[in-house]
Ligand binder design. Sequence first.
Ligand SMILES: C[S@@+](CC[C@H](N)C(=O)[O-])C[C@H]1O[C@@H](n2cnc3c(N)ncnc32)[C@H](O)[C@@H]1O
Length: 286
Amino acid sequence: MLAVMFVWSKLSSVKWMDAWEERFSGNPALNLVITTIPGQVRVRVEIYAEKKKDVAAVQKEWGGSVREVKQQNWAALSKEPMPSISVRGKLVVVSARSAKDIAKEKKANVGKEVVAIPADMAFGTGHHATTATVLRMLVDAAKELEGQKWTMADLGCGSGILAIAAVKLGSTKTWGCDFDPKAVLVSKENAERNGTAKIRFTEVDVLEWEPKEQWDLVAANIFVTVLEEAFPQIVRSVKPGGFIMASGILKSQAPPCLKVAESCGIRWDRVVTKGKWLSAMGRRVG
Ligand SMILES: C[S@@+](CC[C@H](N)C(=O)[O-])C[C@H]1O[C@@H](n2cnc3c(N)ncnc32)[C@H](O)[C@@H]1O
């Protein structure tokens, strides 16, 4: 039997996008998807949840409509192709799904690495400010690591986008994890789709994680509350001198969160804000 999910949806003005993100980020039961509608100043805001009561509570507060979907039909929910995103002229994220469409994108983007992430699921397509910023940081770090063998861990992998991008940029050993089994599954599918099936993805809750190895680069685009609590183990998983990228942090909540990482041995070198979101890149001292 197909699993069902419940979707709440509502049309909203573009100017409220940040407010929707702020409202629903950090709640693992609610997967927020905001889709721009070509030629319109409105966006479609959707929330996917496994339990009807979760979307019913959103509807009670914010209006809109609720419907039931079979997971198999998710692909049909998001028909508009997402615009591709170019990252520092080095990487391009496209929403192509099939091998044929990916081949077309590769032809159209000669000289750039193509990362294909179909936009039908709620796990990060590169359009979110936090993902886009971490992708830029990844490209910059890969440049510094050029000529070396380097490894990467993607904590809270979502669609697997950061891990896949890291392999395309030169990571020789890559691991991603998420506490949501659907995210792990989608990441594996996307890795296959991108010819990067060597990436290992596993179901891990970083709050209960005891790292067994260290990585040259660790990206954690999770949520401020998770980062703050998990920084001790996240930092232990970074090789001394290695890179760390932390994102998913609301600007207003950033200072104490970044301080926790500093107390664990991180020196932040770059802090980038985009809308309400903050991302930071640094190194483990040592
Ligand atoms: C903001 S999304 C980022 C997805 C993707 N890495 C990206 O950059 O677009 C955060 C991801 O972290 C996962 N996550 C949240 N809390 C977690 C935890 N405690 N352990 C592991 N994964 C977690 C969520 O399921 C979600 O897929």
